[in-house]
Ligand binder design. Structure first.
Ligand SMILES: Nc1nc2c(ncn2[C@@H]2O[C@H](COP(=O)(O)OP(=O)(O)OP(=O)(O)O)[C@@H](O)[C@H]2O)c(=O)[nH]1
Ligand SMILES: [Mg+2]
Length: 301
């Protein structure tokens, strides 16, 4: 009998762009689950995270990356830029996200990095839902740069899902014939501990104003599964004593609220009851010290 088994296709697609354009929101939409944290603030994503989408005979491995930005003097910023740039290599296609009607220095920097690598890429214009009259987009679109490796310009709203099907169809054309790299049910390569620490960091990023989120980091000290409950202990590392007080808040109110929301999102993520404990500790200057960064789990350059 003839072999009727169809050859599988499997490839990797990087999602890059400046901070806050909606890269993580897009990853979550594509995978249909909240894997990557999002917030209304730049530099929310700090570690690359993989989202795996398997359908029938094809598997697409999407890589969400930290935002690329020009002004990266602090060690943490440099690590973030390096993490983002390194994810441009050895992939089958790149989705470079921009925000509709915006092209700033960080977009230009991202674009130059993408062009330099030469991998086939798409310019993905996100947040089109924010443009009321679609004809307003025309001058913006006609001013977008041209490049040999640029395959097409795609219009999407990662939030509403508009244009996502077309984006997936475009990406599919770049998948080589290859065996699957992940199991059919796998959604990510990240550990549950990592996802738990990100759930805490997401709420802190949302609750704290301006600069503070950049100077904190979350470490999971305890992660114990029992038949009825998941016990998670998280340490929030800050750079200064004064930041500790801000995070805890008056009478511990802020930390309580952050904890309660983080716990709720963990319960959805892990599909079980979660008992979450948190502590705030000070580790001076960690965002400027590459060694400290590594000890907190940031990738080596
Ligand atoms: N209106 C609108 N807002 C969006 C859309 N996609 C993302 N956002 C919002 O934009 C903000 C940033 O989204 P993220 O997904 O965290 O952006 P990011 O590119 O991953 O940001 P970094 O991780 O900091 O690089 C969030 O408040 C999102 O809700 C969209 O299609 N439309
Ligand atoms: Mg992000």
């Amino acid at each position: 009998m003839a072999n009727t088994e169809k050859q599988t296709r499997c490839g990797t697609v990087s999602i890059v762009g400046r901070p806050n354009v909606g890269k993580s929101t897009l990853l979550n939409k594509l995978i249909g689950q909240k894997l990557s944290i999002t917030a209304h603030k730049p530099q929310t994503t700090r570690h690359s995270i993989i989202g795996v989408k398997t359908e029938a005979h094809r598997q697409i491995i999407y890589v969400d990356t930290p935002g690329i930005h020009v002004d990266g003097k602090r060690a943490l910023n440099q690590v973030l830029n390096r993490t983002a740039s390194s994810s441009l290599h050895d992939v089958d296609a790149v989705l470079m996200l921009v925000q509709a009607m915006v092209w700033n220095d960080d977009d230009q920097r991202s674009y130059e990095l993408v062009c330099k690598v030469g991998t086939p890429f798409y310019l993905v214009v996100n947040k089109v839902d924010t443009v009321k009259k679609k004809s307003d987009l025309l001058p913006y679109l006609s001013n977008l740069p041209q490049h040999d490796a640029l395959q097409d310009v795609l219009l999407i709203s990662a939030r509403s899902g508009d244009g996502i099907a077309q984006l997936e169809a475009a990406v599919e054309g770049h998948l080589p014939e290859a065996p699957f790299q992940f199991g059919e049910d796998d959604l990510t390569d990240r550990s549950s501990r990592f996802l738990a620490s990100e759930a805490v960091r997401e709420q802190l990023t949302r609750f704290l104003s301006a600069e503070l989120p950049y100077s904190l980091s979350v470490e999971i000290e305890q992660f114990e599964e029992s038949p009825t409950l998941l016990r998670i202990g998280a340490v929030i590392w800050v750079e200064k004593q004064s930041q500790k007080g801000i995070i805890i808040g008056k009478g511990g109110e802020r930390l309580k609220e952050v904890g309660s929301r983080a716990r709720q999102s963990m319960e959805v993520l892990f599909d079980c009851k979660v008992f979450l404990q948190m502590w705030v500790r000070v580790k001076e200057g960690w965002a400027d010290d590459e060694r400290a960064l590594r000890s907190l789990g940031y990738e080596k350059p």
